[in-house]
Design a binder for this molecule. Structure first.
Ligand code: SIN
Ligand code: CO
Length: 397
């Protein structure tokens, strides 16, 4: 994402050109590609909402708000989610805290009016206008957002640090719910004044801290559904339109070679009949189908043991001649993948050898033999503890 000299990271806007360039040029060169600071994007910017109004909104039922206080000495963060109590604001320290309220455009017509300046974007790409109020030092810490955002400085000053290094680590700090970055090395830093605006594409690390006095920042945030959300919804949409007669079909079936195996011919049939199959490689398809078909229409599923057996106890039972009875609700199938075989039981996958998987699918009652190795025992133990196999004492004559 490095900045080329022809594509400056900082430009100056005007009333006529809030982006400092035409929307077409901005979209071509910056949108979803690289950050841009626009000084004076909104000349003589007028605050559409006072800090007290924002605090009032944060106390409303149904408004999404968060109060974030940073104990800078101990580097501890406290987050209180709204609706907030008015009394909360009496307890805030003099510095290092911020209040964030989402969807302010839905509550305030003057704030919603700001969206007019973003008409060059499809309106359905727009998520919300979030507004923050912060005392000096206040912010949410270094993080990345999944969406494009325009950060318009509305009141006071904010120090922004960003990193456009594509190799910057993106791991989160494990200790806090704010999904802050564990490591953050800025490549650019600026102090923004009212009317300045910073555009950030998705996944770009940034950290904004209120500087000098009270600070308000207006975030115009976009939305972009994940591939997973799109796929899930499209699958539901397609599913509703497919008739019940359109079913898994195998007129080309030949006698099964190994009991329970989801074989190559099955995968080929799935590939040829499912619109989504192309999104998965063969291992992915096998993994999905193994889980699906062993979960499909199961009215009940075996319950895991309340008190799991240990391996020595299971070994002892087997040595004493115990047999393993498959739970009647346990539906099994297995696949051969690139990294070995997987046995599926009611949707759950377990690493298995082809031999033991076949035996488990074939035999309702498994009589353990000397050929079981340590991996087989580990599998049997997992299946016993998950309730799929029930150890039974041998019948005495
Ligand atoms: C803010 O604190 O106003 C901005 C939050 C963000 O960086 O997304
Ligand atoms: Co952000």
């Amino acid at each position: 994402m490095s900045q080329s000299p022809d594509l400056p990271i900082e430009v100056r806007g005007s009333a006529r050109l809030p982006l400092g360039m035409s929307p077409a040029r901005f979209l071509r060169n910056y949108w979803q590609k690289r950050p841009l600071l626009i000084r004076n994007a909104f000349p003589d910017f007028q605050l559409p909402l006072q800090p007290e109004d924002l605090a009032g909104l944060a106390c409303e039922d149904g408004a999404l708000s968060r109060l974030i206080v940073h104990d800078a000495k101990l580097d501890r963060w406290r987050v209180k989610s709204g609706p907030l109590d008015e009394a909360e604001f009496g307890k805030t320290p003099d510095t290092d805290w911020t209040l964030l309220v989402q969807d302010v455009d839905k509550w305030d017509a003057d704030v919603a009016q700001l969206l007019e300046h973003f008409r060059f974007l499809p309106s359905w790409r727009m998520d919300d206008i979030m507004i923050s109020y912060a005392e000096p030092g206040g912010g949410v810490g270094a993080h990345v957002d999944q969406y494009d955002v325009f950060l318009l400085q509305a009141l006071g000053q904010r120090h922004w640090a960003i990193s456009d290094d594509p190799h910057a680590p993106k791991a989160f700090r494990p200790d806090i719910e704010l999904k802050q970055l564990a490591h953050f090395e800025p490549t650019h830093e600026w102090l923004l004044e009212p009317g300045d605006m910073l555009y950030l594409p998705p996944n770009l690390a940034h950290d904004g801290v209120a500087f000098g006095g009270p600070c308000m920042t207006i975030s115009v945030g976009m939305r972009a559904p994940s591939q997973a959300e799109l796929t899930g919804d499209l699958a539901d949409y397609l599913a509703e339109r497919l008739s019940d007669e359109q079913r898994y079909a195998d007129p080309d079936l030949v006698p099964a070679k190994a009991a329970g195996e989801i074989d190559k011919a099955t995968i080929t049939r799935l590939k040829n009949s499912l619109p989504f199959a192309a999104a998965l490689d063969e291992d992915g398809l096998r993994d999905w189908f193994g889980g699906f078909i062993t979960r499909y229409r199961n009215a009940q599923t075996p319950a895991p043991l309340g008190k799991p057996l240990t391996e020595p106890v299971l070994r002892k039972k087997l040595a004493d001649g115990a047999q393993l009875l498959r739970h009647p609700w346990s539906r099994l199938a297995w696949t051969r993948g690139r990294n070995g075989c997987t046995l599926f039981a009611c949707g759950q996958g377990y690493p298995a050898s082809a031999d033991i998987a076949t035996r488990l699918c074939e035999q309702r009652t498994l009589t353990p033999t000397d050929t079981l190795d340590a991996n087989d025992i580990a599998l049997l133990l997992a299946l016993v503890n998950d309730g799929h196999l029930l150890p039974r004492k041998p019948r005495r004559r």
